[in-house]
Design a binder for this molecule. Sequence first.
Ligand SMILES: NC(=O)c1ccc[n+]([C@@H]2O[C@H](COP(=O)([O-])OP(=O)(O)OC[C@H]3O[C@@H](n4cnc5c(N)ncnc54)[C@H](O)[C@@H]3O)[C@@H](O)[C@H]2O)c1
Length: 252
Amino acid sequence: MLLQDRVAFVTGAGSGIGRAGALAMAAEGALVVVTDREAVRAETVAKEIVQSGGRAEARVLDVAEDAALTAEITAAAERHGRLDILHSHAGIQIPGRLDEVTPEDMDRSWQMNVRSHFVAARAAMPMMTAQGRGSIIITSSNSGVQYDREMIAYATTKHAVIAMTRQMAVDYARHNVRCNALCPGFVDTPFNDGFERQMGGRRALEAYVAQCIPMGRWGSPEEIAQGIVFLASDQSAFMTGQALVIDGAECL
Ligand SMILES: NC(=O)c1ccc[n+]([C@@H]2O[C@H](COP(=O)([O-])OP(=O)(O)OC[C@H]3O[C@@H](n4cnc5c(N)ncnc54)[C@H](O)[C@@H]3O)[C@@H](O)[C@H]2O)c1
C-alpha cells in the first residue's frame, strides 16, 4: 500500500473531493484525521473508512478559526506521534464581477482560500521538518491557472494560493517537505451550487460542461482522489511546488 503507517489530516473532508481523497488515502493504508465544519459529515466519512477496514477519526473543525485550526493539527500530530500528509482542502466560491463582489466578500474569500491554508501549513510544518518528510497538498482549482468569467474573488484567491504553495515549496525543499497545489476542474459536488445558480439552473450548467470542457464531461471526486494519493505518496517524491491540474483540458 502506498501510504502504509502514514498519518493524514484533511480539512473539508465531509463531502465531495475532500471525502473522496480521505477514503482513497485510507484505502492505501493511511490513518486519516477527517475534519469538517459539519460534525455529522466528518463522523459519517470516518465511519465509512473504519467500516471498510481502514483507520480514521472524526473532528469538528471550521478552518476560518485560526486557533482551532492550529490546535487541531498540532494535537493530531502529537496524538499520533507524526504527521505525514496535510490536505488543506476547504474553500469558498463567491461569484461575481468587480462591481458585484463587496470588499467583505473578497476578505472572506481570502480568509478561506488563502489564509486558512497558510495557517494550516504553518501548524503542520514543524512536525514535518522534524520528521524530515511531509506532503502538503493545498486545494486550489483550475481557476488558479485560468480566468473564469465573473469570478473575481475566486480566481484571484485561487491564483494567490498557488503562489504561496510554490514559495513554501522552495523554502522547505531541503527539509524534504513537499508542497503542491491540487487544481480540479468541474467536479459534480454541492460546491457548484452557487455557479449553477449563476448559470441559470442545472440544465444550463450541464450544457456548459458538455460544450466548454474538451472532454465533454464532469470529473468525478474519485478521479481527483487519485491525484491526491499521488501527491500524498512517494509516487511524487521528486515533485514539489507544482500545480496538478485535473480538469478534462478545460484550462487549455
Ligand atoms: N467541486 C468542484 O468542481 C471544485 C473544482 C475546483 C476546486 N474545488 C475546490 O474544492 C474545495 C471544496 O470542493 P468540494 O467539491 O469538495 O465541495 P463540497 O461542497 O462537496 O464539500 C465541501 C466540504 O467542506 C466543508 N466546509 C465548508 N466550509 C468549511 C469550513 N469553513 N471549515 C471546514 N469545513 C468546511 C463542508 O461542510 C463540506 O463538507 C474548495 O476548496 C474548492 O475551491 C472544487
